[in-house]
Design a protein around this ligand. Structure first.
Ligand SMILES: [Zn+2]
Length: 65
């Protein structure tokens, strides 16, 4: 009898380019529309996002690699 559970699905790596762990503060939704993307000084990217669920808008600033 072999009880081998070869389901090695651990790390989701870093392939989630859209929402990187971001969640809406109001409803907890993780899906956003990106209204615009803009480059900021210092190699940063500013994104204006809108929650698909409650339409709350927020701005995220990401460090570009
Ligand atoms: Zn929301």
């Amino acid at each position: 009898m072999s009880t081998e559970a070869s389901n090695v699905k651990t790390s989701p790596s870093s392939s989630n380019s859209d929402t990187c762990g971001l969640a809406c503060r109001r409803c907890g939704c993780r899906h956003f529309y990106v209204i615009y993307t803009r480059r900021a000084p210092g190699g940063k990217v500013v994104r204006r996002r809108e929650c698909r669920n409650c339409n709350k808008r927020m701005t995220t600033i990401e460090q570009e690699r």
